[in-house]
Design a binder for this molecule. Structure first.
Ligand SMILES: CC(C)(COP(=O)(O)OP(=O)(O)OC[C@H]1O[C@@H](n2cnc3c(N)ncnc32)[C@H](O)[C@@H]1OP(=O)(O)O)[C@@H](O)C(=O)NCCC(=O)NCCS
Length: 174
């Protein structure tokens, strides 16, 4: 099922046929450099894919979605919205990950902006965050281009990360 569309991308629910492409992404050490909880094996990748088949099992409006490059019809990444509980607060993270071949063309920003617009306009969420490894400069740039600002640090089971946040009222696109 299609979730949203941008100029160059379609985001839709993942299907079993995406598994090999998703595994290719997660096999690339550079792609998962700042994603410590990324699946490590084909089986773990399959489990993650199945977990998000119809959206997040507990919050079906959220999830990780196949990101399809319209021009080539290729699966080039997985982006979406993930639920978190941070400091006793329910949060929704904008998540983005693309194959290296597609970096540096504005597609990460385009996907993230499409997801944020969908979250604010269609799901009527009031606040969005990004959880970012302090070394991940590309991701920090994408978060800033969403109108997010650094809010705090967060210690979770994989280490320290930065919380960037924006609220619907701050949304720069309005
Ligand atoms: C983060 C990611 C999606 C960005 O994708 P992208 O398509 O290359 O991003 P864009 O082309 O839209 O670039 C966004 C901004 O980041 C900057 N940028 C890109 N790579 C960078 C790098 N390695 N260091 C510093 N800045 C970088 C770009 O210059 C651009 O900023 P600008 O418009 O001010 O010039 C991509 O790097 C990725 O998939 N990384 C691996 C997964 C990941 O870490 N996801 C985030 C987890 S929190």
């Amino acid at each position: 099922m299609k979730i949203l569309e941008t100029n160059r991308l379609i985001l839709r629910h993942q299907i079993l046929e995406d598994l090999d492409s998703l595994y290719e992404l997660y096999r690339d050490p550079e792609v998962k450099q700042y994603i410590p909880d990324a699946p490590r094996t084909y089986q773990e990748t399959k489990e993650e894919l199945e977990w998000f088949f119809k959206g997040h099992p507990k919050y079906p409006q959220l999830g990780l979605w196949a990101t399809i490059h319209k021009k080539t019809n290729q699966f080039i990444g997985r982006c979406g919205l993930l639920p978190w509980k941070i400091d006793d607060r329910e949060e929704v993270e904008v998540a983005y990950l693309l194959a290296k071949k597609y970096w540096g063309q504005g597609l990460g920003t385009e996907a993230a902006q499409g997801v944020a617009r969908y979250a604010f306009d269609r799901l009527h969420l009031r606040r969005l965050i990004c959880l970012i490894d302090p070394e991940n400069q590309a991701s920090i740039r994408v978060a800033c281009k969403l109108g997010m600002a650094f809010e705090k640090e967060f210690e979770y089971r994989h280490g320290r990360c930065l919380v960037y946040a924006t609220s619907r009222e701050d949304d720069v696109r309005r």
